[in-house]
Every structure is written in C-alpha cells, then in structure tokens.
Design a protein around this ligand. Structure first.
Ligand code: FMN
Length: 267
C-alpha cells in the first residue's frame, strides 16, 4: 500500500519518527510540509495511506502545520494517521486540533493519532535533556514508534487520546502562542561568534532568515521551532541571556543535511 508521510521538524525529533515509520511501512514517501507553499492550493495526496508527523507547540500544532492540514484533501485515502512528538504533554490536544481542522474542512478526521514523548527542545524555557536522560527518552520513543507501526501498517482505527488538562491549556495558551509566534523572532540575536556560515538560513523551515552583511536577520514569519538556536555550529544565536547557558539539541539520528532537505536544499 502506497503511503505518504508529511512532516515538519525543528530539531529532528519528528523527522526521526517519520523516517522510522516510513521504513517500517515500506513504499512510503516523506514530504516536508515546509516545501508546500501556501499558494499551491489544496493538497491531494496520491496515496492510500496518509500520515502527518510534527511536534507539539503550546499544546497545539505549529501554525505551518495547522495551515497545511487546512489545505489537505485526503478524500481518496483509505487511512489517515497522525503522530505528534512532544517533550512531555499536550499531545491529546494537538491531535484533537488536527482532527478538528480536517473534519471541519473535509468532513472526515484522522483514523488514528499517537503521541511520542521525545526530548523537549523549547530552549527559551528550559534545557533539553542530555546524556543518559536523553538516551532513555529516545529508547522509549523508539519502542513507542515500533508499537505505533503495528496499527498503522494494518490501517487500524484507534480512538484519539483525551485528557482534560491539555484541553484546558490548549484553550488558554494556544491562542496566545499563535497571536505572537511569527514575531517572537524579535527575541533572537546573534553574537560576535557568528562566522557568517549561513547554516541558520539553510535550515530555517519557515525561510525566515536572511544574511544581511553576513549576519542573520529574522523576517518575522517565524514558527518558533528553535532550529536556528539549536543547530548553529558555533552557538552564536541566542534568545536572551538564559539561552547562553543552555545546551543545544539535535536528534542524534538526524543530520544537518537531513534538516536542509526539509526546505529542498540537501547540500
Ligand atoms: C515553541 C515550542 C513549544 C513547545 N510546546 C510544547 C508543549 O506544549 N508540550 C510539549 O510536550 N512539548 C512542547 N515542545 C517540545 C517539542 O514538542 C518537542 O521537543 C518535539 O519533539 C520537537 O520536535 P522536532 O525536533 O521535530 O522539532 C515545544 C517546543 C517548542 C519549540
């Protein structure tokens, strides 16, 4: 059965999950959501099974993913599933948001939705887990992804997880997040360590960064994925003094080239 998995990632967790699911399913194309420009109109996936894999942001979907789901028309697909990676919570609210958007627009929701706990990457608020803690989380995540591929390969319908607290938080904090996410890049600065290598420009899935006189400038259509901060090779990008002391994170199964491919540039 032909499968298409659409993905969005900031630091590689969701891409690592998507790749593992694709390998287990076979005959599966991975398509970066970041490459599907808004002006392409509706997206009709040429596949019987369709998956969406992305991170949870503030108990909801990254805006770019919410907008993509609003344009997705999987009417011809036999099975639609979603996997959201998260740092510890909010997955049920994000999956329900995705289901709601699809149902409203297409009259059908997702057949199954799963959350996978992975290292949290919201560096503006906390340190990502490192060392043994990180290894433990990633081992558990691998087991969970292997478990998920069972029902997905058999196209089994599964009830979406439900939980009162994430639903309440989604109502309270997600609108706040979406109201300022694009301009939150005003917090980002670059230090004298910057070598003008352009990695941040090449990685940014929102195409939100340009080099001006050799230094990154953010153009206020940020998704807040934090990829530029985490993946700068010399840790020259900060968002206030707190991030100076925080560890950078990239999913160990994902390379910088993999990240660049998300925006169609593999070099
Ligand atoms: C802006 C932002 C908001 C986040 N909000 C949540 C959240 O509400 N709940 C949670 O468990 N993790 C949250 N996280 C952590 C990510 O969901 C998690 O680390 C995810 O696996 C990152 O995936 P990626 O590497 O594919 O970008 C947030 C991360 C960012 C950058």
């Amino acid at each position: 059965m032909k499968t298409i998995v659409y993905y969005f990632t900031g630091t590689g967790n969701s891409l690592a999950a998507a790749k593992k699911i694709a390998a287990a399913l076979g005959d599966c194309d991975l398509v970066p959501i970041a490459l599907l420009e808004k002006n392409c109109g509706d997206i009709v996936p040429p596949a019987d099974r369709v998956g969406i894999v992305c991170p949870v942001y503030f108990t909801g979907l990254p805006l770019i993913v919410a907008s993509f789901v609003g344009r997705l028309d999987p009417a011809a697909a036999k099975y639609v599933f979603a996997v959201v990676t998260h740092g510890g919570g909010g997955e049920s609210a994000a999956l329900r948001q995705l289901d709601r958007i699809l149902r409203k627009r297409q009259g059908r929701g997702i057949d199954a939705g799963f959350g996978v706990a992975m290292p949290g990457n919201y560096i503006l608020m906390y340190d990502s887990p490192a060392g043994k803690d990180q290894e433990e989380i990633l081992t558990k995540a691998d087991n969970e992804i292997a478990r998920i591929t069972g029902p997905v390969s058999r196209c089994e319908k599964c009830d979406l997880p439900t939980s009162f607290v994430p639903r309440l938080l989604h109502t309270l904090i997600y609108p706040w997040f979406t109201s300022h996410v694009h301009t939150d890049d005003r917090k980002f600065t670059v230090t004298g360590k910057c070598t003008s290598c352009g990695t941040c420009v090449a990685l940014c899935p929102a195409k939100n960064i340009e080099l001006v006189q050799g230094k990154p400038v953010w153009r206020h259509h940020c998704e807040l994925c934090c990829g530029c901060i985490h993946l700068c090779p010399v840790q020259a990008i900060q968002a206030g003094s707190n991030t100076e002391k925080r560890l950078r994170y990239r999913n160990p199964d994902i390379t910088i080239a993999d990240m660049k491919a998300q925006r169609g540039d593999e070099s």
